[in-house]
Design a protein around this ligand. Structure first.
Ligand SMILES: [Zn+2]
Length: 285
């Protein structure tokens, strides 16, 4: 036990401890006549870190536990910006919020922008945190219903909406896989489902860019976020991108790039009723 804890405890900046691990550290110290200085120090650092570290603070410099989108109106990302977002070390651990079919994808829906993906569930199903982070919002909202928003260490925020029950509070440090609430049908929702969003500085980005929902894993660990004519995209750094011109279709593009229509669809999270628009950037590889 002692060896495991000590080997994992390299530096608090590279590792977050689960509550169980902390109990083990305390147990180990209580079992020893002379307190282990290393573990004592780790515990002290951990407590300080847990109390003070606001995830992604370098990108934001502020922390709002009341407003769902405090970024609107702020000039958060310039249209010509291109920046990188990384999932590394402990914050690359991804757990799907729920496992189920996507019933409505990100994009245009009823002439309005659908800013997330809808994943089917049954009311009462557990909804899990996708990545380690800190709960920024856990409250009622007229559109989202009961909603949890978690800010992660790379600056990404994930939103979990229409919950029947909230199981965390704002300010809580949460691990990937921790239960945030129970799925439901609250707020502006017709039928039980999870509305799941990924945002950066308040700007919604298609979650399919980051996550392969079919395989329950990350698409990559390094992404470049880019402004395009029709919104922001996030592509794995070094991936091959094609900008749609008038007359383009997937069969022709697949032939041209030596790939398959199915592969392009999967990479871009296209569902059955997708449309290509001029100016849209899609992943080829
Ligand atoms: Zn939705």
């Amino acid at each position: 036990m002692f060896a495991i804890v000590q080997c994992k405890a390299q530096s608090v900046l590279n590792h977050t401890y689960s509550d169980d691990e902390i109990y083990k550290i305390i147990d180990t110290m209580l079992n020893n006549k002379r307190p282990n200085k290393f573990l004592l120090n780790e515990l002290k650092h951990y407590i300080t870190w847990r109390q003070t570290a606001i995830p992604g603070d370098a990108h934001y410099n502020y922390w709002d536990m009341k407003n769902v989108n405090p970024y609107s109106g702020r000039n958060t990302l310039h249209k010509d910006s291109s920046l990188h977002i990384e999932f590394k070390e402990f914050y690359a651990d991804f757990i799907p919020p729920v496992i189920g079919p996507i019933t409505s994808n990100f994009g245009c829906r009823d002439r309005k922008q659908h800013k997330g993906v809808d994943i089917d569930l049954t009311t009462g199903d557990k909804v899990y945190c996708a990545f380690v982070g800190m709960v920024r919002i856990s409250q009622w909202h007229k559109g989202y219903g009961n909603v949890v928003i978690v800010r992660h260490y790379n600056g990404l925020e994930t939103t979990y909406a229409h919950l029947s029950k909230l199981k965390v509070k704002a300010g809580d440090v949460v691990r990937s896989g921790q239960i945030l609430g129970l799925g439901g049908n609250t707020g502006h929702s017709e039928g039980s489902h999870l509305h799941f969003e990924t945002r950066f500085k308040g700007i919604p980005i298609n979650p399919n860019y980051f996550i392969s929902f079919r395989n329950s894993q990350l698409q990559a660990t390094n992404f470049t976020i880019k402004a395009t004519k029709i919104g922001f995209t996030a592509f794995p750094t070094n991936s091959q991108i094609h900008t749609i011109h008038s007359g383009d279709n997937l069969s022709a593009l697949a032939l041209r790039y030596g790939t398959t229509v199915q592969h392009i669809k999967e990479l871009n999270g296209f569902n059955k009723r997708f449309t290509l628009r001029v100016g849209q950037q899609i992943r080829i590889s």
